[in-house]
Design a protein around this ligand. Sequence first.
Ligand code: NAD
Length: 697
Amino acid sequence: MTPNYETRGNVAVITLNNPPVNGLGYATRVALAEGLAAAQLDPAVKAIVITGAGKAFSGGADINEFGSPKASAEPNLLTVILALESSSKPTIAAVHSVCMGGGLELALGCNYRVAAPGALVALPEVKIGLLPGAGGTQRLPRVLGVENALNMIVSGAPVKSEALAKIPGQKLFDRIVEGDLMQGALAFAAEVADKRPLPLVRNLRADHPNPDAYFQFARNTVGAMSRNFPAPLKCVDAVAASVSRRFDDGLRHERELFAGLMFTPESKALRHTFMAERATNKIPDIPADTPLRTISSVAVIGAGTMGGGIAMNFLNAGIPVTVLETSQAALDKGIGVVRKNYEAQVTKGKLTPDKLDKRMTLLRTTLDYADLKDADLVIEAVFEEMGVKETVFRKLDAVMKPGAILASNTSTLDLNRIAAFTKRPQDVIGLHFFSPANVMRLLEVVRGEKTAKDVLASVMALGKTIKKTCVVSGVCDGFIGNRMIEQYSRQAGFLLEEGCTPAQVDQALERFGMAMGPFRMGDLAGNDIGWAIRKRRYVERPDVRYSKTADLLCEMGRYGQKTGAGWYDYKPGKRDAIASPVVVEMIEKHRAAKGITPRKIGDEEIVHRLVFALVNEGAKIVEEGIALRASDIDIVYLTGYGFPAHRGGPMCYADSVGLYNVVAAMQRFAQNPLDDVGFWKPAPLLARLAAERKSFT
Ligand SMILES: NC(=O)c1ccc[n+]([C@@H]2O[C@H](COP(=O)([O-])OP(=O)(O)OC[C@H]3O[C@@H](n4cnc5c(N)ncnc54)[C@H](O)[C@@H]3O)[C@@H](O)[C@H]2O)c1
């Protein structure tokens, strides 16, 4: 007998027990199959209730088994569901909290389902580039109707149990149990114990009055919305089979479609991302049970572009914020922007006026450091100058209470130096938000030489509260994301010198899937930012060459959208990038002055020179320990730099190309006589992995 099997009167209760969400891993499936078999053999048992321990009925497949032979080892989910369907005694799923993926498919194999209100029900497989592979696409349409089921399967979005129970004619839930679910399930079991025949979802029909037209419409809509992803359209095909084919044929078709998706690069990329996101929180030398510092009030220094956005993150989470500036005018301006941002959300119906008021009352302003002394966390977002940072951190050190966390939003400055301005470097950390800080998911958490472990752990936990994806970075110029983007931008500049136009480079990268090509991105962020960084580099690192084109552009006053002109022209008030003859002429003149004969450069070379520039720098970042793992770099690029989700990030993309192919391409690029700076020397880690025919992941 398994420990999760018990009898209550004449009802056998089988409890899935695999924390945290009762994933249907091998051991859980074995326990379930054994429990079912035991219940069949026990003459005293009249009905079987299946439920989940703790926080879920079941969250579906066990992610720790992804891709391992255990995932499909017998008893697999399909055969467990068959065993359920063959039960001679009524089976009742008692659903609560979370019922997703394989968990829902399991419940659909039961004769009956009762649910607690508020349970989140979903078939989310599409989010990892798959479709439900254990009958979900065949059974859900039979209980919810084709259209409701298709919407759930194609979106993967969870729906609450009580909302599903209200769908007219639905057969998903036989009862919503208010109060104690197990009591309700046992009472229901008593009612149906002797009822025969036992109902099976597979015996219902999935009907639609006009299936051909409906599925054509669905294919058009879904196809348009999921350009780079094959799974959503396959979901439509599978659900269509629930109408057009007999149950077992439909099941077989679902299986074929599932197997086909399993090997697509898109699904591999999405599964990689799913695992990579979870990995970002694991910091090898920081145990999960590290005691955390309480953070229930926050101060922000500087109410400029970043300060206001940073403050909004905490206000949104109900955490009070005090903002400090150098003048009342600067405060008024900054707070005005915060209010305007919230008002725009109200206009769009995304925020109620009531909530706007609540958030604004959590926001206080001051010109006096003494007002910040009790804050648990202070985040500095003043000008990017070491002298200014020094003044601010010395003041903070003088006033902040012991144990307060002192953070800097610096993008490029040495955090260890900033920490050294204080007598408490262990309490100093970098919190590198991305602009707009209230929108962008990425937060690079910069761990200084002396940052205390509990400070890092506390900030990682806080990141979750404010709904950020946190990635830990060591201290280096540009941290993970910007250090890599510099190499990407350098290549983009060289491409202009060799024969490309900005539009040609941007279009190649956008066809690859980047949200924006490098030149459109420059125009959005402000070309003057890179200019300032390069001016510093020309002094500090004269060996690093950049194309002069970007400097020439800035000398023309073309800083980007904010000046109405950059790599492109812009109409007043519009963001559409219009190719600029002036810029093209500037580039041509520059080429002529350097004596370069332009050549035609294809999309593949453009994309690979830019992306492999990222990959090579990424490999150095991993080897130096700046990033904890290659997959962290992918998360930085997916959440902060518009890297295409279906490629899984630059490092995952390099793996999918094959690292030995990446190195071979770099060797070809190195033959270019215009590469006079030895740009394409493979990073030692990349060279080693390629030689050993290994991958980053
Ligand atoms: N803008 C971005 O995209 C971005 C992204 C990530 C990080 N950062 C970093 O964030 C920081 C702020 O950048 P920003 O773009 O918000 O600059 P900003 O110029 O828009 O705002 C800076 C604000 O700080 C105030 N300030 C200056 N000195 C001060 C002092 N001694 N005390 C209090 N307030 C002071 C200024 O009045 C101004 O309002 C910089 O370190 C920058 O590198 C910027």
